[in-house]
Design a protein around this ligand. Sequence first.
Ligand SMILES: O=C(O)CCC(=O)C(=O)O
Length: 293
Amino acid sequence: MDPTETKKRDSSVDGRADAKGKRKKRQPEETHTNGSAKEVPEESVANGTNWELLPNGASVDGKDDSLGEVCKGPYKGIDLSFDGLTTSSMKWRKIRRENLDLDYAILFSRSVADALFDVLEEEVEYFTGDLAKVRVFGKWRSIPRKQGTYGDEGLSYRYSGILTPARPWPRPLRAIRDLLVRVTGHTFNFVLVNRYQDGNDHMGEHKDDEKELDRSAPIASITLGQPRDFYFKHQDARGRNKKFIDKVNIVLEHGSLLMMNYPTNNYWYHALPTRKAVHGPRINLTFRTLIQK
Ligand SMILES: O=C(O)CCC(=O)C(=O)O
């Protein structure tokens, strides 16, 4: 990576309305780091273009099965069985580029997403102290968001110089994990929870390339709360000899699921840039598969 890199040109269309329906103005972004990669300022807004829409009801893997029951009985007012949620009720959008393979859909209705947001606000414990810091160019800095990790017993995840142990699954996170297994046909044994207080909180350009990760497995990313712009940038579009390769911009909506499928993460960086016009909180859950030792 090239530490001199500061700004990128982007061909994306500006002027999309934000969550409150206001037109957005481009904002300068901060430079920051997550994961093993340097982060650079982001100047574009998501345009949500270039989606290939699957027919209503088609699932990513072509199956159209009912998701059935995951967990019996209501929990804090939420039916964690997610009864009635079927792959056929989801409208998948596919985005394909060279070595980029994404699938996006609204997974939860607004009311379910609202309820899940509230219960996670109560139950997720975020790291404090040294576990809430990352190493950026040799210096320890506070993470510009909150993070927590949950997963199967004995798992831990190392990134940016910190080792985060997986806490045992709280019931809502386990239920969402089980639902994802049914929706996507993939298994997940770990989740990284990121909480963004508002548009100042962010995550810089990085690849999820930690050695604990099964790099051939997809990462399933769920958004609850404020919609946020998210983008992918090809690794060859960075650095001194960068090529011009269009970024892929997405708005991650409340209740949405983004599948980052193999080999996306081996070639494309992703980031959640700051957005001054975003005033509310957002929780992001990235379900992953860690290699068990
Ligand atoms: O909050 C998000 O959507 C970004 C999450 C992310 O990039 C990550 O967990 O690696």
